[in-house]
Design a protein. Structure first.
Length: 255
């Protein structure tokens, strides 16, 4: 069980598809003395009842049940919203990647990726960044361009952004740059830049991709809470080199 007294380490939980994989990843991560690792593979639902972890690595397949990891991700977001999740995927296909981010994952790690990058992935996500490749980020933009989130709210349901800022977020999610947004909203480009700057400050993010992912995460969280209130509970249930996987801040800077 993670030690709450030692704040110099990152508390990591693993929920893998098999005990063998769980033990392998735990052994790998424990080589990093800054990581305190707990393997919850035998009982993945412990993730929702134990003291909160900093980062959770969750396989999309759990106990031979496809997609069960996504349900665990949703449960964890409800019970421990401060835990950042990296989804472990058998392949980095469009559907799996977009589903991971749609449900609130902070990163995806494919089994075809070099395992030596996994500790860096954990530290990156713990630092508040997104772990994904350029291609995976492109998947996200394409998936959410048709249905961007336009209303971001706090935990109490209060709007975080003004109506005009919500408009800017919607257009950013559609992939428009500042000049195109200015033209559509009949504003100066300088004014749009100021809006984007204030939006980043309000939401605590640093670039446009993170804004899209944040919006997606907010929509997933709102949907989950609504479903939980309706049902009264939760049911139990490809890159090959280091250059392909980098922190999101290294991939894209804001205009």
């Amino acid at each position: 069980m993670p030690s709450p007294q030692n704040h110099s380490v990152v508390r990591v939980a693993i929920a893998e598809s098999s005990r063998m994989f769980g033990q392998m990843l735990a052994q790998l991560l424990r080589r990093d003395k800054q990581l305190e690792v707990t393997d919850t593979t035998p009982e993945p639902l412990l993730l929702t009842s134990a003291p909160p972890y900093d980062v959770a690595l969750i396989s999309a397949v759990l106990q031979n049940v496809p997609q069960a990891g996504f349900e665990l991700l949703e449960a964890l977001r409800l019970y421990s919203p401060g835990t950042r999740v990296v989804m472990l995927l058998d392949s980095a296909g469009h559907d799996l990647v977009t589903e991971a981010f749609r449900k609130g994952s902070s990163g995806v790690f494919c089994r075809c990726d070099p395992l030596k990058l996994l500790p860096k992935c954990v530290h990156t996500v713990h630092a508040g960044q997104i772990w994904a490749s350029a291609q995976q980020i492109e998947f996200v933009f394409k998936a959410f361009a048709d249905a961007p989130v336009t209303r971001l709210v706090s935990a109490d349901g209060e709007d975080l952004l003004s109506a005009r800022e919500q408009q800017v977020v919607r257009l950013v999610a559609e992939g428009l740059n500042n000049r195109e947004i200015a033209k559509q909203l009949h504003l100066s480009e300088h004014t749009v830049k100021n809006y984007v700057f204030h939006i980043f400050n309000k939401l605590g993010i640093s670039n446009r991709v993170e804004l899209v992912l944040y919006s997606v995460s907010q929509r997933a969280s709102s949907k989950l809470k609504a479903e939980y209130l309706q049902t009264g509970g939760l049911s139990a249930s490809n890159q090959s080199d280091e250059k392909g996987l980098v922190p999101l801040s290294d991939l894209l800077q804001s205009d």
